[in-house]
Write a new protein. Sequence first.
Length: 397
Amino acid sequence: MRLSPIRVLTPVLVFLSAPTLYAQQLILSDPPDPVVTSLVDRLDLERYKATIKGLTQFGDRRQGTARNRAAVDWIEAQLKSYGCTPTERLTYQWQPPALGDRVTIGPNQAVGGGTLRGYRRGTLPNLDSLKQPDPRLRALNSPPTVNGERQEVYCTKVGTEHPDEMYIVGGHMDGIGWGEAANDDGSGTALVMELARVFSDPAVRTSRSIRFILWNNEESGLDGAVAYVAQRRELQGKESPAGSGKYPEPKWLGMIQHDMMMFDHGMPRADSSVSKEQRPEADVNIEFQSKSKMGAESQKLAWLFQRANERYARDYPASVGSHMTNTDSDPFKDLVPAISLRENERGTQIGAGWDPQWHQPTDLYSTYTDADFRLGLNAAQTTLAAIAELTGATLMK
């Protein structure tokens, strides 16, 4: 196996390896690296909030609607304004899947693994327009999904030394529930866009490439990510045109997904109510799927992100879990190291009703406080730092 060094801050390296893939992890230095610290400092709470606010103008951004297509256009325009060019789009067809057999799990078993504990709230998505009291939002979200063509947008920071290898940084831009999808998944989309802004500065150089992608059709069943894997998997690492030094689809070294980043208010109480305040012990949940083919490698990647959080994140810690599920990293999990960052564990916590705004009309920008927005920004600091280390980021003078 050929080894290509990334920026070494300590002599200790831990390697991820798999058939047709190699990637590297390093033990992060203490004290923090000044270049990474400088990049993290470029993230700003008000800019992050403004990007989420911009996304909410399109309502819930439900896939297959004009408001969804307008949001894709807006995201692309923003990426271009950051200098993350050229932007590209993946086009695919979507038809509602045939109803399959229902999967039955035990009464205390969570999707993806793990055990449900404590009090729970219902988690069914809202389908009733009349539960949205704002007539403007009700009208904006009224047009239904139409089957057919879908698109999702991405851009790439090209590595200077290894343009044929990349990390994928993603979040899904569609939502449901008759609200503004501010948290699910405006918070994850804005995070990816803010990272694209920071890394697209011409003074920032990376050894390896980074692809920033905003998935579509997550809410319908991860269809945008599934389409990407189906269309792009076999193109990995191929130079095109030959001799050009260009790689339309660099080899995947890892996939990092972001989905619902802001609301960690704790377990529901006995009366199903949830605290209105962000809990002091809020954290970012970094999950991998232990039962995937790349489970061991994904676990190493998750712990690297946790260490990046310790070194560079400002407000909230990170925890690591082994039950990643129901998010756009799922189609990648048997192919490359794949992790998901969320506000809570997807199966055991979000799946038990810890976020009362999940797929509801109350998922509005106005619902959240700065303490909530800072949790999302904290996740952005975590991912930016880890990706900067993994790709060997430097700053040109």
